[in-house]
Design a protein around this ligand. Structure first.
Ligand SMILES: Cc1cc2nc3c(=O)[nH]c(=O)nc-3n(C[C@H](O)[C@H](O)[C@H](O)COP(=O)(O)O)c2cc1C
Length: 160
C-alpha cells in the first residue's frame, strides 16, 4: 500500500518554479497555479502541464484548444495563492492581477517573468490528472526578474 504522505514529501524534494496556466476564448475562461509545467521538445516546441481530472478547468482547456504558461516572479506569491484557492471563482482569481491577451486570447499576467502562448497539441488522462501538451506559438521573458521557487510545500527565493 502506497504511503501518500511519504509520496508527497519525496515529490516535494524536487524544487520547481511556479506558473499560472491561463486560457480564454470568449466567456470560456480559467486559470490555476501549477508547478507541473515542464518542457518536452524544442523542435517542434512542446511543453506540458498536468491538471487534476476533476477540475472545472479540464473541459475549458479542451474546448478552447489554447493556453498560456505564466512563469511567476518572486513578488507574486499572492497571485500564486489566489489561483490555487479552491474557494475563489475564476473571476475572483483574475481580479488579483492585471493582464493582457496573447495571440490565442489566453491572459498574460502583468509582472510575470516569462510566458509561453500555446495551442493545445494533445491531452492524455493519466491516473487522477490530465496531461495537456501545447505547441508554443509566441513567448516573452524578463530576465531581470527573480523566480518564485516551490520546495517542500513552501515558497522559497533563489539566492544570488
Ligand atoms: C505551488 C502550487 C503548485 C500547484 N501545481 C498544481 C499542478 O501542477 N496541477 C494541479 O492540478 N494542481 C496544482 N496545484 C493546485 C491547484 O492550483 C489548485 O487545486 C486549484 O484550486 C485548481 O483549480 P480548481 O480548484 O479551479 O480546479 C498547485 C498549487 C500550488 C500552490
Amino acid at each position: 500500500m502506497m504511503d501518500t504522505l511519504e509520496l508527497r514529501k519525496v515529490m516535494g524534494q524536487f524544487a520547481t518554479g511556479v506558473t499560472v496556466i491561463t486560457t480564454q476564448v470568449g466567456d470560456d475562461k480559467f486559470g490555476f497555479t501549477a508547478n507541473s509545467y515542464t518542457s518536452v521538445s524544442l523542435d517542434p516546441p512542446l511543453i506540458l502541464f498536468c491538471l487534476h481530472k476533476d477540475s472545472k478547468g479540464c473541459p475549458v482547456f479542451l474546448k478552447n484548444g489554447a493556453f498560456a504558461v505564466n512563469i511567476l516572479a518572486d513578488d507574486q506569491i499572492e497571485v500564486s495563492n489566489g489561483f490555487a484557492n479552491r474557494e475563489l471563482s475564476t473571476e475572483e482569481r483574475y481580479q488579483l492581477v492585471s493582464y493582457k491577451s496573447a495571440e490565442t486570447g489566453s491572459p498574460i499576467l502583468d509582472g510575470a517573468m516569462g510566458y509561453l502562448d500555446c495551442r493545445l497539441s494533445s491531452s492524455l488522462e493519466s491516473g487522477d490528472h490530465v496531461i495537456f501538451i501545447g505547441e508554443v506559438i509566441d513567448m516573452g521573458h524578463r530576465p531581470e526578474k527573480r523566480p518564485l521557487i516551490y520546495f517542500q510545500g513552501g515558497y522559497r527565493e533563489l539566492l544570488p
